[in-house]
Write a protein that binds this ligand. Structure first.
Ligand SMILES: *Cc1c(COP(=O)(O)O)cnc(C)c1O
Length: 459
């Protein structure tokens, strides 16, 4: 009997020292066998695979660095935690401990913040959909509402009037072109066309509302700090214009989020160490421009506006890893190697846009080869990585994807498989579950099976 052997593409690998490449960066294929001192093998054994692992130490460190960067450069800063980036209770709880308020974009997120004990006046309420009930609650709890469009403005006026209140302090969201990134004109009032000024005048003429703040969120993963200088300059110009035109006093400027994390956006050739500015560089751009624009205001004895930040990904992304185990190896028709792992885009949603750093979790044996990493879904789009050099890996070996703390634990979807657990390595070295792995009942609890629709296999 003959046994057929698999054909393996021959590969030629150039021997090179770990020298500089032409962009000056050294790409090392290090492996990651422990997270904050806890062995990866132990984490998988205890909590299963795939698994999200967060680091308490890293999250606190990043949050503190963010606060320090801004409070040391500007006298009045408030920090909002962007719930949609990661609203696990433990993440929000930790960031609230670190002095972040809640920045929410829906009634659901608002309720979650209140459930966690955030008082209404420490909630920044953004987003294009706020129902009458949402606004009634937000008004009665004195939340900071940022109006997105005229219909919301009218509804809010009615809610304030019906609550028997007057001069309820509000902000409007602005959109404009900074010249550095694609403007997001679908949110808020456009500045260049005069919509924003119209909204401000409307508010000035309303007995129910009072304009006290301006909000803008340029976009996300903004890698040029000059975009924030431009943003502040444009907003400061509008402060002068709107105060002169309506007699209002702007007390705060909320510049939104968008600072990049050390992740590689697909299509960007340089590594994140070279493209992503430090938090301090963003802080320089924002705070220097604020000082420059409001110097005269200070000289006139008017208070400096408060700066509000709503950074999401830059705060949380780097504090989480996704561990995923190899299921199978495949040889694709074009000769490339395919690797199937047990986490797909259903769990790692950000794989659609980012090339995460993928690490082995033990030393490599064998020659690296061009590999496609597939998830376990029955969908052709379930690709975690189109192309990466990896040594041969056997089923059961674990890969670590990083950074994955932003937008995955909120945008993941329940499709085909159970969503995995999220655990946190605490500063004291213990490991706590932040969200357990899903089970069948979690899904079926939401369903009902009406009479006459039960299956019937009596044959
Ligand atoms: C999503 C969002 C943020 C956070 O954005 P990042 O890019 O993650 O920093 C902040 N503010 C608003 C209004 C948002 O919608």
């Amino acid at each position: 009997m003959t046994t057929l052997k698999h054909w393996i593409t021959p590969t030629i690998v150039r021997h090179g020292g770990a020298g500089l490449n032409k962009f000056g960066g050294v790409r090392q294929s290090l492996y990651l066998d422990a997270i904050d001192g806890v062995p990866v093998s132990q984490l998988i054994e205890r909590f299963g695979s795939p698994l999200f692992v967060m680091s308490e130490a890293r999250l606190r460190e990043t949050a503190r660095r963010m606060r320090r960067a801004f409070t040391s450069r500007y006298p009045k800063v408030r920090f909002g935690w962007s719930y949609k980036t990661n609203y696990l209770n433990a993440v929000c709880g930790l960031l609230h401990q670190e002095g972040f308020e809640a920045e929410v974009v829906s009634g659901f997120e608002y309720e979650k913040a209140r459930m966690l004990g955030v008082p209404g006046h420490r909630i920044i309420f953004n987003g294009p959909l706020k129902t009458r009930e949402d606004l009634e609650r937000a008004v009665s709890e004195r939340a900071q509402i940022h109006i997105d469009h005229l219909d919301e403005l009218y509804l809010l006026e009615a809610v304030v009037r019906d609550a028997g209140l007057r001069d309820f302090p509000v902000a409007i969201r602005l959109n404009f072109d900074t010249g550095y990134s694609e403007p997001w004109s679908r949110f808020g009032f456009n500045l260049e066309t005069g919509q924003a000024m119209d909204a401000a005048r409307r508010i000035a003429n309303s007995p129910w509302l009072q304009l006290v703040g301006l909000h803008n969120h340029i976009g996300t993963y903004i890698t040029d700090p000059r975009a924030y200088s431009a943003q502040v300059r444009i907003m400061a110009g509008f402060v002068t214009a709107v105060e002169a035109a309506t007699g209002c006093t702007i007390r705060f400027l909320d510049t939104g989020g968008g600072f990049a994390s050390r992740n590689s956006l697909q299509g960007v050739y340089l590594p994140p160490e070279q493209v992503v500015p430090s938090i301090e560089q963003y802080a320089d751009a924002l705070c220097n421009t604020l000082h420059e624009c409001f110097r005269d205001r200070e000289a006139q004895g008017k208070p400096l506006p408060e700066l509000i930040l709503e950074s999401g990904r830059a705060v949380v992304d780097e504090s989480a890893w996704l561990l995923s185990s190899v299921v199978a190896n495949k040889r694709l028709a074009d000769g490339r190697r395919g690797l199937v792992v047990d986490a797909g885009v259903n769990v790692l949603f950000t794989a659609f846009w980012y090339n995460h750093d993928v690490r082995l979790t033990k030393p490599a044996e064998g020659l690296p080869e061009e590999t496609v990493i597939y998830g376990p879904m029955c969908m052709n789009i379930d690709v975690l990585r189109q192309s990466l050099k990896l040594p041969p890996l056997s089923p059961g070996e674990v890969l670590a994807f990083w950074p994955v703390g932003a937008y995955n634990n909120t945008q993941w979807m329940q499709f085909i498989a159970y969503r995995p657990a999220v655990v946190m390595v605490r500063e004291n070295g213990s490991v706590d579950v932040l969200r357990r792995r899903e089970k069948l009942q979690d899904m079926t609890d939401l369903e009902s099976l009406p009479d006459g629709l039960q299956p019937d296999f009596r044959d």
